[in-house]
Design a protein around this ligand. Structure first.
Ligand code: ZN
Ligand code: ZN
Length: 257
């Protein structure tokens, strides 16, 4: 059986309240033998930790999402720092910048982003980066804060090869999700082909961004196999090989043995 690592998912989302156990079983049946669930604000950090404690194969990343950065209170950074010593917490994230939604001012987003990069360097954890319409500022801040020291994942990467190259230079892995499977995804497909094999990751970001042919529907972790299929086609490899390569990379990136 093909083994797959979904490196970015939100199975604690209320969208799975009706059938969460079934969805998790379906992921296992599809060969997903590891996944990282992302807790990104006051509500989802506790629910993510609960999933990681309940299931052996579920790991956790905890951080403060840029869209929610305005809600971060004094003490929240310390909360994240304390959670970093939990054995299932493998990264800080998702953190970054989101200029698509204007719920949090850019200056606040940037400050919260910088603080969490500094925390990650302090505790020695990789970071999971969310970047929407903010390529230049994300790269500049990662450079200024010396994120290369810890590296991490550019999640659901949607940038140009130029941006990917800058992130690779800073020891980041490039992760592709549902959008790379879309027929008109010319740039992501080109970038995927150029990413060094030892830096490639796959993810779902479920329940969002479902891959073809489920575009627009609720996404789930078992669909990471569709992302693996697209990567396999683009790289002229088998799905098994893509599963093995991205599992190895994910384990290395997140320090899982
Ligand atoms: Zn994201
Ligand atoms: Zn996400």
């Amino acid at each position: 059986m093909t083994l797959l690592f979904d490196t970015h998912t939100h199975l604690d989302s209320p969208k799975f309240d009706e059938d969460r156990d079934e969805i998790i079983q379906r992921a296992k049946d599809a060969g997903v033998h590891m996944l990282v669930n992302i807790g990104f604000n006051r509500e989802t950090i506790p629910t993510t930790m609960a999933l990681a404690e309940q299931y052996d194969f579920i790991y956790a990343a905890v951080g403060w999402h840029p869209v929610d950065s305005i809600d971060m209170l004094p003490g929240d950074l310390e909360w994240i720092e304390r959670l970093c010593s939990h054995k299932k917490v493998v990264a800080i994230g998702e953190i970054g910048l989101d200029y698509h939604w204007d719920t949090s001012p850019k200056e606040v987003q940037q400050l919260v982003f910088r603080e969490q990069i500094r925390l990650a360097r302090k505790v020695g954890k990789p970071i999971v980066i969310h970047n929407r319409d903010a390529h230049e500022d994300v790269v500049r801040i990662l450079q200024e804060e010396n994120a290369a020291e810890i590296g991490g994942v550019m999640h659901c990467f949607s940038g140009s090869w130029e941006t990917a190259k800058q992130c690779l230079e800073m020891n980041f892995y490039i992760s592709f999700g549902g959008p790379v499977t879309f027929q008109n995804a010319r740039v992501p497909k080109e970038v995927l082909k150029r990413v060094p094999l030892d830096r490639l990751l796959i993810e779902t970001d479920a329940p969002y961004l479902a891959p073809h042919p489920f575009r627009g529907k609720r996404n789930e972790s078992s669909y990471v196999s569709l992302v693996a299929e697209t990567a396999a086609e683009l790289l002229g490899k088998s799905v098994e090989e893509i599963g093995a390569i991205t599992t190895e990379n994910g384990k290395k990136c997140f320090g899982i043995d």
